[in-house]
Ligand binder design. Sequence first.
Ligand SMILES: NC(=O)c1ccc[n+]([C@@H]2O[C@H](COP(=O)([O-])OP(=O)(O)OC[C@H]3O[C@@H](n4cnc5c(N)ncnc54)[C@H](OP(=O)(O)O)[C@@H]3O)[C@@H](O)[C@H]2O)c1
Length: 220
Amino acid sequence: MLITGASRGLGRELATLYAADGWRVIGCVRGQASFDGNIETHSLDVSDAGSIAALGRALEGVAIDVLINNAGIRGDTGGLTTLDGDEFLEVMRINTLAPLLLARALQANVVAGENRVIANISSRAGSLAEGTLDDDDGDYAYRCSKAALNMATVKLAQDFRKDGIAILSLHPGWVKTDMGGGEANVPVATSADGLKAMIDQAGMADTGSFRSYDGRRISW
Ligand SMILES: NC(=O)c1ccc[n+]([C@@H]2O[C@H](COP(=O)([O-])OP(=O)(O)OC[C@H]3O[C@@H](n4cnc5c(N)ncnc54)[C@H](OP(=O)(O)O)[C@@H]3O)[C@@H](O)[C@H]2O)c1
């Protein structure tokens, strides 16, 4: 399996969990990272299309059973008054465009894999139906980027159906990581366990769906 943003947080936990389960894991990091388990690292800055293309070239001919688009940033949370155009576009580049470019760059690798699953780590914050039900954070860029990522999931599901690749949008919960903060109510290990279970059992019946780490379906 290949996962982006493996240096810390949920990405690191998932990489470690898959490795402990005996998988060959390619953990993509933009800086330096060392792991205890058997994890091969690749350099990848998902905000750089050239870096994504280079990863695709480096992995040519390598079968990838599962691709997890996990790397993400929160961006400004100050609401409309502090919204900055360049920063907004950077959040979109990392959270929305990069998963699309990675799906394209690694499509043949995933076709050659056994599971044929691409999991986009999205967020309930990007759900038009549920995202603002229980909080009113001023994170315009983040919410827009995850809503757009959800459409990317649906479009990829349509395009990759012929290849038998299932595409999922997954909500990891409010997770205790640097992004989630100390008040978050889901331990990172619990989220990773739940996400792995969802990914491992995913098939074409699930393609184009939006699910939470605990199995619940989330409305778009
Ligand atoms: N935590 C939550 O409550 C929560 C809730 C809903 C959804 N999510 C989603 O879950 C995913 C993981 O979040 P997290 O909580 O683990 O966040 P985190 O602790 O802030 O970790 C973010 C990861 O993304 C990587 N990353 C950021 N920009 C990158 C770039 N340009 N290129 C490559 N890697 C980059 C970071 O690498 P560096 O170490 O190099 O910065 C880091 O590994 C994200 O997609 C996030 O939106 C999280």
